[in-house]
Design a binder for this molecule. Structure first.
Ligand SMILES: [Mn+2]
Length: 475
C-alpha cells in the first residue's frame, strides 16, 4: 500500500459494468507524477485528495485544499520539459518561414503538453496521404519520447484518426464530440488537425466543435473565402507568413514535434515534401520510398497490414516502417501498381492543345477497370504522379484533368502556376454551378472539384477546359 496525493484532472466514465478511471496529477517527492487509478469511492473532478492505493485502486482518506499547487507544478513541468526552438531542417527557404512561426508553434506545443500532462483527451485528425501521415507520425514519435519521461507513470490517451476528406464537417464534429464526451477533464479536450480543412465548408464543423475542444490547426492550403478559424492563434499556415503550399503540412507538424523531444524527423520531412510535390523536396531515395509507402498505407491499408479496419494509426505505420524487408516489398508492389495505372492512363487519355500548355483528360474508371475493388492508387494521388510521367521528356508543360465518379482532380505543372490561377477558376465555377458542384478547392497546382452527382460532369469538364484554354491561349 502507498499513499497518493494529487488532483483528479480527468475522469473517463465507465460503462455500466465497470469502474471509472481517474487521471491524477500528483507528486512523487518534489516532482510531478502522472498516473491513472480506479477508486473505491467516487472522486470529483479538480479535487485534491489524499488516498491509500493498492494495486491501482484508491481508497480516499481525505480531501485537501492545495489544488492550485498542482496547476503550478504542471505549468513548471511543461515549461522545463519542452524545447524552446525546433532543430532546423537545413532547407533554408523553409527554415526562414519556420523562424517566423516558431513562437506560435511553441505556444501550440505548450497547449498540447499541458493537455497530455492533465490527461485531457487529445484527438489528432490527419489527411490520408503521405503529407498528412508524415505529420501525424512525427508528432506520434516525438510525443512518445516525451511521455517516456519518469513523470508519466501512465501514458496519456491520444486518439489518431485518418481523415479521408479535405473538409472538417458537422458529422466529423459530432463524432469527435462523442469521443471526448467519454471524458470529463479540468483542461478542455484538444483537437489537432493536420493538412486539411481550410475552406468555408469546414466552418460548420469548427463552430460545433469549438464549444467542446480547443483546436490546433496545421495546414498549408491557400486561404480562400471567409473562414472562421484562420485568425485563431493556434491556426498555423505558411500562407499567412510569406510562404505557400510548398511548405507542406507534414513538414509543419514535424516542426511542432521537435519541441517535444529529439526525435529526428528528417526522413518524414523529406517524404512529406516529396509526397506533396514541393519544390523544396530533397529527392533522396529513402524519402521517395517512404512517400510511396505512406501513399500505399493511407490509401489501402489492407494491402500492407491485412486489416479491414479502415483507420490507420501512426503506431501501425511504425510497425510497417520498422520492418525493412516488408517495407521494401510494399514499395516494389506500390510502384508496380502505379506503373500499370500509368500505362493504362497513357492509352486512354485525350489531349487538348493550347499555346502555353497541353491539357490531358483522363477518365480514371477506364484506368482502374478490372481492379476496382482495390483502393491504391487513389485517383487524386495518382493524378499527381501521372502528371510527372506526362511531363517527362516534354518541352511544353502539361495540365492534367482526371475524373472519377463525382470527383475531378486538376494537376498543373508548377511553371504554369501564375499563368493559370487555378483557385480563381474553381471559385468562379463554384459560383456559377451551385446546383451541380458540391465543393471545390485545394492548392494552386493541385486542386479538385466534387460534384453533387455525375449528371452534369460532361458540361463541367468542358467548362473547366475552356476556362483553362482562355488562360493558356490558342495553339
Ligand atoms: Mn498537404
Amino acid at each position: 500500500m502507498t499513499v497518493v496525493e494529487g488532483i483528479v484532472s480527468c475522469i473517463k466514465y465507465a460503462h455500466p459494468t465497470s469502474e471509472s478511471t481517474y487521471f491524477v496529477v500528483g507528486k512523487a517527492g518534489a516532482s510531478l507524477k502522472i498516473s491513472s487509478y480506479r477508486s473505491k469511492t467516487e472522486l470529483k473532478l479538480g479535487e485534491a485528495f489524499s488516498a491509500e492505493e493498492t494495486g491501482g485502486v484508491l481508497s480516499p482518506v481525505s480531501i485537501l485544499s492545495n489544488r492550485n499547487e498542482y496547476e503550478g507544478m504542471t505549468d513548471a513541468f511543461v515549461a522545463s520539459s519542452l524545447k524552446r526552438k525546433p532543430e532546423r531542417s537545413g532547407i533554408s527557404q523553409l527554415d526562414r518561414i519556420t523562424r517566423k512561426i516558431e513562437k506560435s508553434l511553441y505556444a501550440c506545443a505548450a497547449i498540447m503538453a499541458k493537455k497530455l500532462v492533465m490527461g485531457a483527451p487529445v484527438l489528432v485528425r490527419f489527411h490520408n496521404d503521405a503529407d498528412g501521415s508524415t505529420g501525424a507520425y512525427s508528432l506520434y514519435k516525438s510525443i512518445d519520447e516525451f511521455v517516456a519521461r519518469p513523470e508519466f507513470a501512465s501514458k496519456p490517451k491520444i486518439i489518431w484518426k485518418m481523415h479521408r476528406s479535405v473538409m472538417y464537417t458537422l458529422e466529423d464534429s459530432a463524432y469527435d464530440k462523442l469521443m471526448v464526451n467519454q471524458y470529463s477533464s479540468t483542461e478542455r479536450p484538444l483537437l489537432v488537425i493536420i493538412d486539411f480543412g481550410t475552406s468555408e465548408e469546414s466552418n460548420g464543423g469548427y463552430n460545433a466543435i469549438k464549444e467542446k475542444c480547443d483546436v490546433i490547426w496545421l495546414d498549408h492550403h491557400p486561404i480562400k473565402g471567409k473562414i472562421d478559424f484562420v485568425s485563431l492563434p493556434t491556426y498555423i499556415n505558411p500562407w499567412q507568413h510569406g510562404g505557400d503550399s510548398n511548405y507542406t503540412a507534414g513538414f509543419l507538424a514535424a516542426q511542432l514535434s521537435k519541441f517535444f523531444s529529439d526525435f529526428d524527423a528528417a526522413y518524414m520531412e523529406d517524404a512529406s515534401l516529396i509526397g506533396d510535390h514541393s519544390v523544396y523536396a530533397r529527392n533522396t531515395e529513402y524519402g521517395r520510398d517512404l512517400s510511396t509507402l505512406l501513399d500505399l498505407l493511407t490509401s489501402d491499408k489492407s494491402a500492407a497490414l491485412g486489416s479491414s479496419d479502415s483507420n490507420l494509426t501512426p503506431y501501425e505505420i511504425d510497425t510497417v516502417i520498422s520492418d525493412e524487408g516488408k517495407s521494401r516489398e510494399l514499395v516494389i508492389y506500390a510502384n508496380a501498381r502505379i506503373k500499370e495505372h500509368v500505362d493504362a492512363a497513357f492509352e486512354s487519355m485525350k489531349r487538348h492543345n493550347t499555346r502555353d500548355a497541353d491539357i490531358y483528360v483522363v477518365d480514371f474508371s477506364k484506368v482502374r477497370d478490372g481492379n476496382s475493388s482495390e483502393r491504391h492508387p487513389l485517383p487524386g494521388r495518382f493524378a499527381s504522379k501521372l502528371l510527372d510521367y506526362i511531363d517527362e521528356n516534354k518541352d511544353k508543360p502539361s495540365i492534367l484533368i482526371l475524373h472519377y465518379g463525382k470527383y475531378i482532380s486538376i494537376r498543373i505543372n508548377k511553371s504554369l502556376e501564375g499563368t493559370v490561377g487555378l483557385g480563381g477558376i474553381i471559385e468562379g465555377m463554384k459560383e456559377g454551378n451551385k446546383t451541380s458542384i458540391e465543393s471545390g478547392g485545394g492548392h494552386e497546382t493541385a486542386a479538385s472539384i466534387k460534384l453533387l452527382d455525375e449528371s452534369e460532369k460532361r458540361q463541367i469538364l468542358n467548362q473547366l477546359i475552356s476556362n483553362l484554354k482562355e488562360k493558356l491561349g490558342k495553339s
